[in-house]
Design a protein around this ligand. Sequence first.
Ligand SMILES: Cc1ncc(COP(=O)(O)O)c(C=O)c1O
Length: 400
Amino acid sequence: MPEISKRGRDMPASPIRKLTPFAEQAKKEGKKVYHLNIGQPDIETPEIMLNALKNIDFTIWAYTPSEGIASYREKLAAYYNKLNYRIAPTDILVTNGGSEALTIAVQSCLSPGDEIIIPEPFYANYNGFVCAADAVVRPILSYIETGFALPPIAEFEKLITDRTRAIAICNPNNPTGYLYSREELESLKALCLKYDLYLFADEAYREFCYDSNTFVSPMHLDGLEQHVVIIDTVSKRYSACGARIGCLITKNKELYHTALKFAQTRLSPSLEGQIAAEAAIDTPDSYFEAVSKEYTARRNTLVEGLNKIEGVFCAVPGGAFYVVAKLPIDNADKFCQWILEEFSYNNETVMMAPATGFYSTPNVGINQVRLAYVLKQEDLRNALACLEKALKAYPGRISI
Ligand SMILES: Cc1ncc(COP(=O)(O)O)c(C=O)c1O
């Protein structure tokens, strides 16, 4: 048999999906499974976006420009400028999802052996994007006790070597829900300028900020224009994960032209995705107001419910739709499998993501899980009741 590449062998599998066979088995046995494990929202996609898709009238399903359709980039620039990003359409490269924007950003900025510092826990696929570039993730721990705030800058400095090229943040954060403050971003700005590093900001959850917290982007900071790379996507903003449209934004022209070369090798982002995404920009504010209200209520239900369970702790996150909670258990990987395989309450069970998949430091977060509040409140309440019973019955319970 021909050999698999070293990079192929090193490529990590998705930790979020590894419990899927156990959930499928539970369903075969007739159990209802509450999926708190993945970030697929149940919110309806804006009608305006779906209508654009239904009304498509092209006669040739053609390639589009590699950088994206001009009219879409113009409307996108106007959307960002309403948020005070101060960018031009020519700073935007439309991609096949935020995932491709991340791939291109990493490929364009990091050479083999180069290092990128990322506060952990972090979105697990960052490992895959960095591995595909033969580069190295240097994780820096953030802690549940502080709600996963940005670690002190002195801790970042300890990790900086002559191979460090970039710092990546996800704001608001997946998996922690933490929303970075202006002060935290200012401190990252000073660090990136001091060591001449790129700052990648993954803003997939920008629209999901609660409690009248203001969202701050590195695009709002003066003097960092050559260092900032924004990663964005329509997946979460419009509950349109299947559209596969995202973008990379940079004001650094050399980087933009490099990124465009990678974009040219995949020829074009999807035509119908861009048509729908362009229409989505006219989504009325009332859509976002309703969504934000719904997620705030869900977050409150989940966070209050979790903290009421004996031995469970989670902070109140300021954004996104995830929480990381600490459970009174020996091992979250074992517990998340056990609850699917061996436990049910009213013939129901819960699927969660063990937080170990979001840490790259070994043996950290072993008693933590990530929960996505992408279900209706009633389902969240049922899932919480099930979790409470399961924690009482679990043989590996540890008293805190
Ligand atoms: C933080 C973060 N970045 C990027 C992505 C990828 O998004 P897309 O669907 O646009 O590829 C996700 C998807 O869940 C995400 O959570």
